[in-house]
Design a protein around this ligand. Structure first.
Ligand code: NAD
Length: 482
């Protein structure tokens, strides 16, 4: 049986979308798996005036589709309390402390506290300093602060934000979420890379031709136009999810599976990225913005979306050729691509191996070996190999070995909350990683401005502007997923 964890969760933004769609269902799953049992309680806080019964009703409602029985959904919801709270109001923290101490005693929580900031990052500094000043941080148990993206908008700004938080919590206590790190297939990447001599020996420039990372969304900006105008695809997707994947792909084998050892090699991998500047940006990065679709007249141009500036030059698509200066990877392009209104929703990594043509197997008959890691929405692996076609002639055809994990893999937030409860920081973003990734992103943005780089329009429901394909074609490569 799973070990029962004791903790009080204080969720700031308890009435929000993230809490309802992700956090409550994740907590319920941990409860059903006995990681949370009788010794947990949750305080939801937000500006609205809700009562405890109403809040418990909301929590109960959020787990309708996954609940095992009405009875246990109600028992689970009974662990939740609500406090109306303005993040700037000291008095509110004083009543929060009183409630927290009461629940600590009632549920025997041993002073363990998880503060979950599911609110705008502009509140992170204020909330954390109040938590310290009003003594919500306990002496006897653990105190962990979970924060959501976006963590700043450039290096300077995220550094200020970080220093604000560090006045009240140590780096050890801060758990920065990048929910991609909770995905089953991202975790499987480590097992694949370092658990198999087959891949371990060939994961380098001698055998790998190129690597491709695609994070495609088929939706537009929907109701998030105002947010997106401030972020664009580069900050929204590349700074975090894409660069996290890049660091896992490029990193050396860690000395151990301890989170510090893994972080060390990830940070080194990010430091080794070839710097982008105004002289190389236009050969290496392409930015685009979606326009309407010829086939579907209901789809709007990005600039006609709700809360988007009609003259906006914000990018909804980025493709790039990333290179590493590391000895193992010199000359191996790692192509990335992410955007909205692409052909389909798909997150996929393709490792394309070099073709080993011989006179026995001429190049034109042999396809590249490709290892594809399907991260979502369908999860799995496939390996493209060359095989002999069944029959009398000696003809070669590509075949695909495939693997699909079982459907009940833990979901991102369930896994990440459990990791925070157990104090395992492997799947959270350390400041050192964040700092390196912002520096890289800032160099791209600066180069785009200095080189006056074009913004290419692309038709909705396509895989971006043709210039994104040319990035690969110029190297005699092509997108595996298209
Ligand atoms: P939301 O707008 O639905 O909820 C925001 C919450 O903050 C509400 O509960 C609101 O009452 C509370 N709030 C706002 N001002 C407050 C104040 N002055 N005092 C106290 N509470 C206040 O937002 P969300 O979608 O739940 O997102 C929360 C955070 O998570 C944001 O930082 C967002 O960027 C991040 N995030 C959300 C998602 C998602 O899927 N929703 C995904 C990744 C990251």
């Amino acid at each position: 049986m799973a070990q029962n964890k004791k903790a009080l969760f204080i969720i700031f933004g308890g009435t929000g979308d993230l809490a309802y769609r992700k956090l409550y269902p994740a907590l319920y799953k941990l409860y059903k798996k006995n990681y949370l049992n009788e010794n947990f309680a949750v305080i939801g806080t937000a500006r609205r005036e809700w009562s405890d019964p109403y809040y418990q009703e909301v929590v109960y409602d959020s787990i309708q589709e996954i609940k095992k029985s009405d009875e246990d959904a109600k028992e689970f919801a009974s662990h939740f309390r609500y406090q109306s709270h303005n993040v700037n109001d000291t008095e509110n923290y004083i009543s929060l402390l009183k409630l927290a101490d009461e629940l600590d005693e009632e549920y025997d929580l041993e002073g363990n506290r998880v503060f979950y900031l599911s609110v705008s990052p502009s509140f992170f500094g204020t909330v954390s300093s109040h938590l310290r000043a009003e003594n919500l941080i306990t002496e006897n148990g653990f105190n962990r602060l979970i924060i959501e993206k976006p963590f700043g908008s450039d290096f300077v700004n995220s550094d200020v934000l970080n220093n604000d938080i560090l006045e009240s919590f140590s780096e050890e206590q801060i758990y920065r979420i990048d929910h991609y790190l909770g995905k089953e297939m991202i975790q499987m990447l480590l097992a694949l890379r370092f658990g198999n001599p087959l891949f371990k020996k060939i994961w380098n420039k001698d055998f790998v031709s190129n690597i491709q990372v695609t994070l495609a969304e088929d939706m537009g900006v929907e109701e998030r136009g105002a947010y997106y105008e401030q972020s664009g695809a580069l900050r929204d997707m590349v700074q975090n999810h894409v660069l996290q994947i890049v660091s896992f792909l490029y990193m050396d084998e860690p000395k151990s599976n301890d989170s510090n050892a893994i972080r060390k090699v990830k940070v080194e991998a990010l430091r080794d990225l070839k710097i982008i500047n105004k002289d190389n940006i236009n050969h290496n990065f392409v930015r685009g913005q979606y326009s309407s679709s010829k086939d579907n007249l209901d789809i709007l141009d990005y600039v006609s979306e709700h809360e988007v500036d009609p003259d906006s030059t914000v990018e909804t698509f980025v493709a790039g050729k990333i290179e590493s200066t590391h000895e193992n990877w010199k000359g191996v392009p790692l192509y990335i691509r992410t955007g909205k209104r692409m052909k389909a929703k798909k997150t996929q990594i393709d490792i394309v191996f070099k073709n080993d043509a011989t006179t026995f197997f001429p190049a034109q008959e042999v396809k590249e070996n490709v290892l594809s890691i399907h991260i979502g929405p369908d999860e799995g692996l496939s390996l493209q190999l060359n095989n002999k076609k069944i029959g009398h002639a000696f003809e070669i055809e590509p075949i695909h070995l495939t693997y699909q994990p079982s459907a009940d893999a833990p979901e991102d937030y369930e896994r990440l909350i459990l990791s925070a409860l157990t104090g395992d920081k492997t799947n959270f973003v350390h400041w050192d990683e964040l700092a390196e990734s912002w520096k890289y992103i800032d160099s791209i943005r600066e180069a785009w401005t200095n080189a006056d780089s074009p913004l290419y329009l692309y038709e909705a429901n396509t895989n971006g502007p043709k210039e994104a394909n040319e990035l690969l074609e110029n190297d005699n490569n092509y997108w595996i997923w298209n």
